[in-house]
Design a protein around this ligand. Structure first.
Ligand code: SF4
Length: 461
């Protein structure tokens, strides 16, 4: 049996796809080279933006055609050359069904209706039912008909989310969000915050040590709100993980975490990071906006001043810190003056980089019903200004680092030059340097010599 995953959206989806893939591998299934030739195609979906859902609906249309070709249906209207792998597979193997599975946030949001609207979907499994994925696998092996996995009350963490052969991997530690920012769909599709047991997290870390993993990213929608079963807080967990890594002489050297909420970024957390060299000094902390009134309407629970104060604390505690943020323009009611507060905050903080986007209403969230929606052209123009400013700041910050010699985790061969490797710094920046393939998965020293867009050029020392 063969499988193929199409994963959209955030790191949590990547981790959840990897966990389900582990299940298939353990049953002796193998990865298909092309989705059109697989026994099962899993589309792991994202609901955060309407555009992500539109793209997935387009893929569902495509797979409806692929399924017909696979079943040698002569009435298939799509041209065969559009899906030559499916046609070749059917010619060689006869009518072998392709089982289409929809999982993740969009599946959760539309759990009760999507199969009526898109009958090409054989199985639907939401975020709270995915640990029952084994039932789907079993059913396909038995040649059974598709079904919907019924939702469960409680989110269950997979034993491990390790992607075969990876030296850098995600470790989910908490799930869901209690914050209900007025623009965000996450609390509705991922549910309330729930945290994984400390012993289970450490057991996964032991597994990753055996797999010679070098870098982990602790994951959660609101990762620093972690609350373990015995009251363990996120700073305590982080400290425990660092100690465990040292005690077990783990291969893991770098620890990252995301996504962080500014309200849960405590002084205690900053202290733990400072005294534990395993924790990387690059943080992704979402600001979303630079105006306190807009932040209040977003239900963000922090002011502009409080956010700036947090970044100052981080920079003074760790002079090499790099800050990445999320910035949203065009929230309902945003005036030109309020928008300018984003730009002035950016000037004050000088984020090393940002994820920038304009507000897009999500059905089912309070802000989608706000009457003072901003015109799309205004949103686009504001976003362009934010992107320009960020690009200026990123270049300035990167220019200053040229000449430094730093540690880099070599991770892939460059697409443009097979003699060149790409790696990442502790602060999660990209560096390109000449090096042999055998260095992939190892830490090397690199001198930063220049810039190519947002990637450093470097020389191996
Ligand atoms: S903190 Fe806000 S933006 Fe982040 S997941 Fe929770 S509700 Fe969404």
């Amino acid at each position: 049996m063969t499988y193929f995953f199409e994963t959209y959206g955030c790191e949590m989806n990547i981790a959840e796809s990897a966990a389900v893939e582990q299940l298939m591998i353990s049953r002796g299934w193998t990865k298909a080279e092309h989705p059109e030739e697989a026994n099962i195609v899993v589309i792991n979906t994202c609901s955060v933006r309407g555009s992500a859902e539109q793209r997935i609906l387009g893929r569902l249309g495509y797979f409806a055609g692929v399924k017909k070709v696979r079943m040698l249906n002569p009435h298939t209207k799509l041209r065969l050359e559009d899906m030559k792998y499916a046609a070749e597979f059917a010619k060689k193997n006869g009518a072998v069904p392709l089982n289409l599975v929809l999982m993740g946030c969009m599946a959760q949001r539309t759990l009760d209706t999507i199969q009526d609207d898109y009958p090409q979907i054989d199985y639907v499994v939401g975020t709270f039912g995915k640990y029952k994925f084994g039932e789907i696998i079993q059913n396909i092996e038995n040649g059974g008909k598709g079904f919907k996995i019924k939702d469960e009350e409680v989110y269950t963490f997979a034993e491990n989310s390790y992607e075969q052969g990876a030296f850098s991997t995600f470790v989910p530690i908490m799930h869901g969000c209690n914050n209900f920012c007025t623009y965000c769909i996450v609390p509705y599709v991922r549910g309330r915050e729930t945290s994984r047991r400390v012993d289970q997290i450490l057991a996964e870390i032991d597994f990753l040590t055996k797999a010679n993993v070098k870098e982990i990213t602790l994951l959660g929608q609101n990762v620093n709100a972690y609350k373990g079963e015995d009251g363990t807080t996120f700073p305590q967990l982080l400290e425990k993980i660092c100690q465990h890594i040292d005690e077990t002489k783990s291969s893991i050297k770098w620890i990252r975490f995301e996504s962080s909420n500014p309200n849960d970024f405590s002084d205690e957390l900053i202290e733990v990071i400072k005294r534990n060299p395993h924790v990387c000094h690059g943080f992704h902390i979402a600001a979303q906006h630079g105006n306190s009134e807009i932040l209040r309407r977003m239900n963000r629970k922090n002011t502009r001043e409080e956010f700036i104060e947090l970044t100052k604390k981080l920079r003074s505690a760790m002079p090499d810190v790099q800050l990445v943020t999320d910035l949203m323009v065009g929230f309902p009611g945003e005036t030109e003056e309020q928008f300018n507060d984003i730009l002035t905050m950016m000037d004050e903080i000088k984020f090393e980089s940002s994820f920038m986007y304009y507000y897009n209403p999500r059905e089912g969230t309070p802000a989608a019903k706000y009457p003072d929606q901003i015109d799309i052209e205004v949103k686009k123009a504001r976003l362009a200004k934010v992107i320009d400013l960020q690009s200026k700041h990123t270049t300035e910050v990167m220019q200053k680092r040229i000449g430094e010699t730093i540690e880099v985790l070599a991770d892939i061969v460059s697409r443009n030059n097979e003699n060149e490797l790409l790696g990442k710094t502790e602060q999660n920046e990209r560096v390109a340097f000449a090096g042999e393939k055998k260095l992939i998965g190892t830490f090397v020293k690199v001198k930063l010599t220049g810039l190519n867009g947002n990637t450093f050029k470097g020389e191996l020392i």
